[in-house]
Design a protein. Structure first.
Length: 454
């Protein structure tokens, strides 16, 4: 009876934590709609018209001067991958249904006030507008993107808890979930708009969870092919995860490898057919390898992505230094596995990949945006470090380690809190001059991005 009661309490606390995550995400004021500007429109187009072109938004397209769009045979499409829009459909569909059906305007106004407050005044001034225009107003509003992005990252937080639970007790797993949700770019970047990063994290978290489940249930490994393939539909850099994990499965689970490939093809074949139908190539221009051009800033980018005062991973998320500690601990106690090598290889290859972009600082971003996709892998090694800390008997050494861990967690929390709630840190990108035109600002220790406004 005690075990059942304890389990109920843990699940209740987890549910409350996830509700807290979603609520905090939703009401954190910063929205970063930029490259993601047409993601929600594409989702609505899929729901309403069964296609991904944006022709029905002609007025908005003209006002946006056709930015970040492809014109293919007279039809307009976002230049970015469609995976984010597809994953957003189940979240946006009930909202579309809500606005398409005649309901009490008081209920509608209340719903808008709670979930999409920034368009409340516009809605109340246009109560009689037709449904199609309502959907256009809604899709163009950053609140919808933030709502969907917050939901997707909250679901990712659930998988982070499940992953942590393989190595830690439930309460420690809740702590890891909190760190993932509030002490990383999950809060300051992935939940702020429909970037590719949030859906990418979700797909990779599901992959990692299934990989861990397969240790005791090998037949599960075949289903990794589904989220892994879809991660590529979301973001091309996830090809690194596809390569590394495929090699891992071929070596460790050869019996199920063809099944794994077959499940992956259920995503891959429709994706390639879609590209052929639109672009007349198996991949869109966004996926072309030429985008990973040889950069004259490669060595600088390698360092910058880690320790730049305004983009460095370990500057903005110092708690991930303990992820490096997790790798070292696994080597030290000789417990490093083939899966660990696989994930470590992905981390290194991803670092090399994003450093090869001439625009390695990710434009007008907050902190290490390009590292956001693989946060689940950093969390995995953080969990392993926590597992190692738990094996140490309480003494002065453990007290020092735990104290540093808590301190780094609090610093990370503070930094990403500022990124999600303070406009000044985002103004840093343009003031006093554009970081895109003067990237040397990325190394200015006198003007650190997350310290703006203090």
């Amino acid at each position: 009876m005690k075990k059942i009661k304890s389990r109920i309490i843990r699940y209740l606390v987890l549910g409350l934590l996830l509700l807290l995550v979603f609520t905090v995400y939703l009401y954190s004021p910063i929205s970063q709609v930029g490259d993601s500007i047409w993601a929600a429109h594409t989702s609505v187009s899929i729901i309403k018209e069964g296609n991904t072109n944006l022709d029905e938004y002609s007025g908005e397209l003209a006002r946006s001067q056709y930015g970040v769009l492809d014109n293919i045979n007279g039809h307009y499409y976002t230049i970015f991958p469609i995976g984010t829009s597809i994953l957003s459909v189940p979240v946006i569909f009930p909202i579309v249904y809500f606005f398409e059906n005649k309901i009490d305007l008081t209920i509608e106004s209340h719903f808008i006030s709670v979930f999409f407050p920034s368009i409340k005044a516009h809605y109340e001034a246009h109560n009689e507008i037709i449904n199609s225009e309502k959907l256009g107003i809604l899709a163009f509003n950053p609140d919808l993107q933030k709502f969907v992005a917050s939901f997707l990252v909250t679901v990712t937080a659930l998988f982070i808890y499940l992953i942590s639970n393989f190595f830690l007790d439930s309460w420690s797993s809740l702590a890891v979930t909190f760190i993932f949700a509030f002490c990383t770019s999950s809060w300051s970047t992935a939940s702020r708009a429909l970037w590719q990063h949030g859906p990418s994290m979700l797909m990779l978290s599901i992959c990692l969870y299934l990989l861990l489940v397969a240790k005791n249930k090998p037949w599960i490994i075949q289903f990794v092919g589904i989220p892994l393939a879809f991660s590529y539909v979301v973001r091309p850099t996830n090809s690194l995860s596809i390569i590394a994990i495929s090699v891992f499965i071929l070596i460790k689970y050869r019996r199920y490898f063809l099944h794994f490939v077959a499940w992956g093809l259920t995503i891959g074949i429709p994706f390639l057919m879609y590209n052929l139908s639109i672009y007349h190539h198996i991949l869109s221009p966004y996926y072309q390898p030429s985008r990973l051009a040889s950069s004259p800033y490669f060595l600088e980018a390698l360092l910058g992505n880690l320790i730049s005062p305004s983009r460095g991973l370990f500057i903005f998320t110092p708690i991930f230094l303990f992820s490096l500690g997790g790798v070292i601990w696994l080597f030290k106690v000789k417990r490093i596995s083939a899966l660990d090598y696989c994930l470590l290889a992905i981390l290194i290859l991803h670092w090399l990949s994003i450093s090869s972009f001439p625009h390695w600082w990710a434009g007008y971003s907050f902190g290490p945006r390009f590292f956001s996709d693989i946060i689940p892998y950093f969390i995995y090694f953080l969990v392993r470090m926590m597992q190692g800390i738990e094996t140490i008997n309480w003494n002065r050494t453990k007290l020092v380690i735990v104290s540093i861990f808590v301190s780094f967690t609090m610093v990370s929390l503070f930094i990403h809190y500022r990124g999600a709630t303070h406009y000044q840190v985002h103004d840093w990108n343009a003031i006093p001059v554009s970081v895109d035109q003067f990237p040397e600002r990325l190394w200015d220790w006198q003007d650190i991005q997350f310290m703006r406004g203090l």
